[in-house]
Design a protein around this ligand. Sequence first.
Ligand SMILES: Cc1ncc(COP(=O)(O)O)c(C=O)c1O
Length: 478
Amino acid sequence: MSSSEFPVTVFEAIKAYLDQAPTYHVAVEAILIAWICYLLLFSKRYRPQSKHDKLSKEEEDELIGEWNPEPLVPDGYPSDREVDPSPIVTGTAGAHITVNGKECLNLATLNFLGLLENSTVKEAAARSIQKYGVGSCGPRGFYGTVDVHLELEKRLAKFTQREETILYSYGFAAVSSCIPAYSKRRDIIFVDEGVAFSIQKGLVASRSKLKYFKHNDMADLHRLLEEQRKLDEKNPAKAKVTRKFMVAEALYYNWGDLAPLPKLVEFRNKYRIPLILDESVSFGVLGATGRGATEHFELDPEDVDIMCVSLDMAVASVGGFCAGKAYVIDHQRLSGLGYCFSASVPPMMASAAIEGLNIMEGDGSIFTRLRANAKKMRELLFGVSGVEVCGLEACPVIHLRVTTPTSCQESDQQLLQTIADECIASGVAIVTAKYLDEEYQKPPPSLRLTVSSEHTEAELTTAAGVIKQAIAKHILAS
Ligand SMILES: Cc1ncc(COP(=O)(O)O)c(C=O)c1O
């Protein structure tokens, strides 16, 4: 178009456009303009309520009367359901325990090294309570960091032979915060299907893609890793931005058996996938000096990228920690949710844990005693008809499972509960392992016993006798 032909009015401009534009173009534009006009003229508009639109009292009552709230518990939940009364403990839960008023030998709680009733630990906690009071009343970043927290982190780093540790208020919070601090949406986690609930919760919170391998089955893990390697070769750009992790327990809480750690480390090195290992049960149990699974297998502690431990088993305190390289662990100080947003461990519990470490460092015989007791208890129970004694010889957590389970897990669980109740009535406190329906692959029902380094041989023999009798009465007779 030359300057002399330049349209001078709106109508001339429209006419010139219509002359030049293709017909389909004009048609689409006409439809769009008609649609916009329709929306402007006829669609309902949001009008904030003026005071004239206010509901009358009757209308308000009618609306409230019509409102039917969503039920807070699932449909069909019996309103008269009785909550299972937990056994009530009075007094110290040491080698002996008073349950519902009855004094029993204690094979129910996880006080592996007997530190719960140790007098020097109690004195350290008592001194601490005088100095710091009972709680901490603040997360670590908000005036919740007390000098004893820093001391405990240092001592744990020295004990575990790692560069740094980070302390959480609960063992559950340690592992369930650690996993999502590193592994995010679209990342991949290779995980043993036998891991405990706290680990499962960390996996879910990470929103990562979970690839479960069969419990302790390294061939199955190898298959998954190879499958992934091939996928990564096909799509290297995606592989580059997808982080991968392996997650396992060293001694499995729900099984009592040992992870094949050397093989996991071999895969870690071969496929360059960091390994997160929960050592809650193995810490203070395995290894000549109680340092856990790496010491047991004579591996370099750095072969495990992150170790997570609950402090309320061998250490008999409260809390948990993760250990590893300083730059890896420091990441959790801003990304570990349980660390950032939960009040820190009460200082008296940190002081008790420090004293517990003093004892663990000073007396290596407690680990030998503990493992000997675990072995002894297994020997005493081996050959009992009707149940299988599961797990590693040295593991203080012993699961007894029925050798011929029925097709109904609930009735097996009930049968084992009857045995546990009978044992308590006869003066031996044991428990049945309990799981939630939402758990990944619930293990079969079991009786769970825990031995301590402080049990005498005579006590173990008495306990085994009572347990065998109850099993004979209820399993063999049924
Ligand atoms: C493997 C494992 N990690 C962590 C925890 C959590 O420990 P805590 O009792 O200290 O919260 C448990 C609890 O049973 C566990 O079995």
